[in-house]
Write a protein that binds this ligand. Structure first.
Ligand code: HT7
Ligand code: ZN
Length: 875
């Protein structure tokens, strides 16, 4: 497979003004007729028309009315070239495809008897020949024809302009999208579906029709998605002055989907997981996910659709920015400062859990990658979440108003254009009169920067000096790095726990100052400091870096008790916990006795019982770093030792804090009607964390508590928490509860996913048990949600079993990656990533992991998706 480089970008040879598409939909034999009105691109440095096409059967190709024959054009790989073409061209292309045979869920496919499309990034080329690149933007008109009884609903982008019967049991619908768009935003749906709809008044007084389409039987689960859509529209009007530009906005749910959702213009297609919810089937986390993803896809309408990417290397231009926007939306929907901080804590956790490891592994790449083999492999936590951090840093450096000015200028300059990350940076800089040249390195350099801080207090002079130095580890293809432009938000705490006033260069800088670290090493000096302070560095996680500061336990305990910045308050607790987890892991390895100090337990108790703090904050403060986070901190990873140490720590907390945990368990009940609001969800979160700790040191009373919650729970959050507690504590009622849960929800696919997921991640589940679950009639490898629920949760969420010393987990992984690859390369290559960090394990495990990687890499017909992942892992 070929590597594609960003530096090789050339403009398209022809531009497309209009596209007329006609679909005669049939699962076995769909005819696609396309009429492209094209014009030579004056900016092109090359000649001839170039169209992309994959697995298409070409029936006829006409240029300006003349039928072309072999010799007039040539097809080589994925490119159809017409070397001799006039400046103005109308191409008519007829192709055939068989959607029912398409298991990749890319392009046009069939799910549960209905037709759907997924075109990002390069799926449109498997529907018809087209210059399938994001910098070719055209106006689309789409005619859909299909059997009326099987596919009563025919949808595409934009506005419905005509519909009717064709006789012979077929019908048609014609859709017109008034906006120019790249082909990756094309979508169609032909299906038997029902919808919840509503007319919504936009800020400028226009009315928009909002629809949420689902399969019959699911209309009782669409309210939250609809509410989230309305909230998103309002929020974008208010926060960014961005309005919905269409008369109609549709969301369609599909159960077979490779990712979360897709922002097709006016016709968003969603994984059912991010649409369907009612208290019986969905957890608080599901509700939050729906709000975030509905928001995310809606916000793409401006950041992605109206202004799109010049090429796929610029993916973070739309994804990083849109993740940032959905993060801000979710935080604003909660409304309180602590609620906002809790969303930030969750973002930091995702970064540490997933993005930092990616940035330190064989697939590390800059936010704006320089090369790829398979673009689908670059829908990553780096492009999305680190990309969002990069956008957030503009806001931290420029302030909210400055950021808004930059956004306004970005749209003023680039509406209906396909642009680059540099254009966004230029808009931010120019709108604020700032030089952001060095900031470019956040886009071009991979790796997580390390900021090392030291403090020096001079009592006589009343000064505190903070020296910050930065470095960044080597990453594939980038042996050395230049300094980043890093915003470091800082506060200083006095002995009473209160913030000290910050005086820099004689001026009052409030209680949190944003320091700009731009050199390899810089010293910042604060005057008028009357006592030795405890520095609170990187408040609100102001940059995606690793911070080293020689904190003492006493300082961390001080910050954990008092920091006015809730993110750093949480962070202090995480540092305390991580130090103990690492010490206990080492003790397991050495066969020493495991002990947890009272100081730590007392600090946990204090936070747990502090009812002045939101329950959601307390839950997060008490949550221990995950096993994989501990693994990231170790030179040589020992998954079993980490698991034993963390379990021992949970057990100690469960028994030492039993009384306090039981008290909070009772105090955080949420009687009455279920509501997914942040306060109620936070209470359930804390209550269920208390249950989890209690179940780590169980006795009959605790088993009974979990059992009672399982039996009486009025919502899925409590149900799942109780079931998990029963299984993890090997309670006497665990097997029975599992069986009952299945029987009660066997018609609810998303709940059955949870049933598989809970078992996959349970400490007792070994490879043999996973294989047994794969034989369950409800298991289906072709459905990505189901595959993720079992295989991904086992390979990524059950490290002690996955890394079994006999290598059985790795052999299983190799088998599943290979089998999945033949069905769905995109999903297979995500599973392939589970082995990214293989070089960090003990030699005996490493050898077996390498063998498994080699097995996959050597297996005959490998997709470019999996091929790229395993070959980079082995390099
Ligand atoms: N922009 C969407 C990306 C996406 C996608 C990419 C590759 C293969 C399948 C896909 N489904 C959706 C999702 C988003 O970020 O909003
Ligand atoms: Zn997105």
């Amino acid at each position: 497979p070929q590597t594609i480089y960003r530096k090789d970008y050339t403009p398209p040879t022809y531009l497309v003004d209009t596209v007329e598409l006609g679909f005669d939909l049939d699962p076995e034999r769909t005819i696609v007729a396309s009429r492209l009105v094209m014009v030579r691109n004056p900016d092109s440095v090359r000649n001839g028309i170039e169209l992309h096409g994959v697995n298409l059967q070409l029936v006829a190709l006409r240029m300006n009315g003349r039928l072309l024959h072999a010799g007039d054009y040539d097809i080589s790989g994925d490119i159809l070239r017409i070397p001799a073409a006039p400046d103005d061209v109308t191409l008519e292309i007829e192709t055939l495809t068989a959607p029912v045979k398409n298991t990749t869920l890319n392009g046009l496919y069939v799910s549960n008897g209905n037709f759907f499309t997924q075109c990002e990034a390069e799926g449109f080329r498997s529907i018809t020949y087209f210059p399938d690149r994001p910098d070719v933007m055209a106006k689309f008109t789409v005619m859909l024809r299909a059997d009326k009884s099987k596919y009563p609903v025919l949808l595409s982008n934009g506005n419905l302009v005509e519909e009717g019967d064709l006789g012979d049991g077929r019908h048609y619908a014609k859709w017109e999208d008034p906006f120019k768009k790249p082909s990756y935003l094309f979508a169609l749906v032909a299906a038997k579906l029902v919808c919840q709809e509503e007319t919504f008044r936009l800020k400028d007084g226009r009315n928009a029709l909002l629809q949420v389409w689902v399969e019959d039987g699911n209309l009782d689960k669409t309210d939250y998605a609809m509410q989230s859509l309305k909230n998103s529209i309002r929020w974008d009007e208010e926060r960014f002055g961005l309005e919905l530009d269409l008369d109609r906005f549709m969301i369609v749910a599909v159960s077979d989907f490779n990712m979360g959702a897709m922002e097709n213009k006016g016709l968003n297609i969603f994984n059912t997981k991010f649409v369907l919810a009612n208290p019986r089937v969905a957890t608080d986390v599901d509700y939050a996910g729906i709000e975030a993803v509905v928001g995310h896809e809606y916000f793409h309408n401006w950041t992605g659709n109206r202004v799109t990417c010049r090429d796929w290397f610029q993916l973070s231009l739309k994804e990083g920015l849109t993740v940032f926007r959905d993060q801000e939306f979710s935080a604003d929907m909660i409304g309180t400062d602590t609620g906002r901080a809790v969303t930030r804590i969750e973002q930091v956790r995702t970064l540490r859990q997933a993005q930092f490891p990616e940035d330190a592994g064989p697939m590390a790449h800059p936010v704006r990658p320089d090369s790829f083999v398979e673009i689908n492999n670059f829908y990553t936590v780096t492009v999305y979440e680190k990309g969002a951090e990069v956008v957030r840093m503009y806001q931290t450096l420029l302030g909210r108003d400055g950021f808004r000015k930059g956004m306004d200028l970005y749209f003023e300059r680039h509406d209906e254009q396909a642009v680059e990350c540099d254009d966004f940076r230029a808009a931010m800089a120019d709108a604020n009169g700032r030089d952001l040249a060095q900031f470019e390195r956040w886009y071009s350099q991979a790796g997580t920067p390390v900021v090392t801080a030291t403090g020096r207090y001079d009592a006589a002079a009343g000064t505190f000096e903070l020296t910050l130095s930065q470095s960044c580890p080597a990453t594939p293809g980038q042996p050395s790095k230049l300094p980043f432009h890093i915003p470091v938000a800082l506060g200083l705490l006095g002995a009473d726990g209160k913030d000290l006033a910050l005086i820099v260069d004689g001026a009052n800088a409030g209680t949190t100052a944003v320091l700009e670290l731009m050199k390899p090493k810089q010293t910042f000096r604060f005057t008028g400091v009357k006592e030795e302070p405890t520095p609170s560095i990187l408040r609100d996680f102001s940059a995606p870096v690793v911070l080293n500061y020689p904190y003492t336990d006493a300082q961390l305990l001080h910050l954990f008790s008092h920091d006015s910045d809730p993110v750093n308050r949480w962070e202090a607790g995480q540092r305390l916990a991580m130090a103990r987890l690492l010490k206990m892991t080492a003790a397991v390895g050495a066969g020493d006795k495991l002990a947890l100090d009272d100081t730590f337990i007392d600090a946990m108790r204090k936070i747990l019982a502090d009812e002045s703090l939101d329950s959601a904050f307390r839950e997060n403060a008490l949550l221990l770093p995950s096993e994989s986070m501990v693994a990231e901190q170790m030179e040589v990873v020992d998954p079993q030792a980490i698991h034993l140490a963390r379990q021992a720590m949970r057990k100690t907390i469960g028994s030492a804090l039993r009384k306090d945990l039981l008290a909070q368990y009772e105090a955080n009940q949420t009687p009455g009607e279920y509501s997914p609001d942040a306060i109620s969800a936070g209470k359930r979160g804390l209550k269920n964390l208390a249950l989890a700790y209690l179940s780590a040191a169980p006795d009959d009373a605790i088993y009974a508590l979990a059992q009672r919650q399982f039996d009486l729970a009025g919502n899925m959050t409590d149900r799942v928490a109780a079931l998990t507690a029963l299984i993890h504590s090997a309670a006497p009622g665990a097997a029975d509860a599992l069986e009952r849960f299945y029987a009660e929800f066997d018609n609810e696919a998303l709940v059955i996913d949870k049933w598989f997921a809970i078992q996959a991640a349970a400490p007792v589940t070994d490879v043999a048990a996973v294989r047994a679950l794969m034989r369950h009639p409800a298991f289906n490898l072709k459905n990505p949600n189901r595959a993720r629920s079992l295989l991904f949760n086992f390979c990524n969420g059950n490290p002690a079993q996955f890394h079994a010393p006999d290598g059985s987990g790795y052999a299983f992984w190799a088998e599943q990656v290979t089998t999945l690859d033949a069905l769905n390369p995109q999903v297979a290559s995500r599973l392939a990533r589970s082995m990214d960090r293989w070089r960090r394990y003990a030699p005996a495990l490493q050898a077996q992991m390498k063998q498994a990687l080699q097995k996959v890499s050597g297996s005959g017909k490998l997709s470019s998706d999996v091929g790229e992942v395993v070959s980079k892992a082995l390099t």
